[in-house]
Design a protein around this ligand. Structure first.
Ligand code: GAR
Length: 218
């Protein structure tokens, strides 16, 4: 199966990229990573792509005087490669309005909180400081305003009293690696319909039970 043509932009470690590479290794998976791009030549995730035989491109944002020029060049390269869906995976650059418009409903992101709570950076510490009993991760379509857009999949994890930002981030990351391939599959299979600010899913199972933290009889 050829599958939906993906581009995965990264800036760092690339563990979500790794999860997508692993999913795409299954010939039945309905998407393929055609290109990995990074704004940093030092991004560790680039090696993961190279090992998997996926073409990589580095766009050094410092070489462009304007954000819009940087974004336009990325768009040109991705359109040349007939990319159908951009999967931002720890890509730590703000994107121009023009870029977001161009790729509207063709670009998704993974964020380590239950959006719309905790947008921005250091969100695990923010969740701990707010005293919430659950945090998690969200795969969502990208809109101009940072960390907004129709939600495709979320996973919730408990926040524990002893958590540090690092232990919570690690618990969330395990779920990120599950829901990012799941979201790509749903989109590639045509199961996601955007209506207004909601992504409506067809034909999917939902959990039956509530999660309570702390446990009621704990
Ligand atoms: C992930 O936790 C991802 O959710 C987060 O950056 C990390 C990248 O890790 N993204 C954001 O915070 C975007 N707002 P990775 O490079 O190992 O995939």
């Amino acid at each position: 199966m050829a599958g939906l043509r993906l581009c995965v932009p990264i800036s760092g470690r690339g563990s979500n990229l790794g999860a997508l590479i692993a999913a795409c290794a299954d010939p039945q998976f309905p998407a393929r990573i055609e290109l990995v791009i990074s704004n940093k030549a030092s991004a560790a995730g680039l090696a993961l792509a190279e090992r998997a035989g996926i073409p990589t491109r580095v766009f050094d944002h410092r070489a462009y005087s304007k954000r819009s020029d940087f974004d336009r060049e990325m768009t040109r390269v991705m359109e040349d490669m007939q990319i159908e869906l951009i999967c931002l995976a720890g890509f730590m650059r703000l994107l121009s309005d023009e870029f977001c418009d161009h790729w509207r409903d063709r670009m998704i992101n993974i964020h380590p909180s239950l959006l719309p709570s905790f947008k921005g950076l250091d969100v695990q510490q923010a969740a701990i400081d707010a005293g919430v009993r659950f945090s998690g991760c969200t795969v969502h379509y990208v809109r101009k305003e940072m960390d907004t857009g129709p939600i495709v999949v979320q996973a919730a994890v408990p926040v524990r009293t002893a958590d540090t930002a690092e232990t919570l981030a690690q618990r969330i990351l395990v779920e990120e690696h599950k829901i990012y391939p799941q979201a790509v599959r749903l989109i590639a299979e045509g199961q996601v319909h955007i209506r207004g600010e909601r992504a409506i899913l067809i034909d999917h199972k939902m959990p039956a039970n509530a999660l309570i933290n702390p446990l009621p009889n704990g």
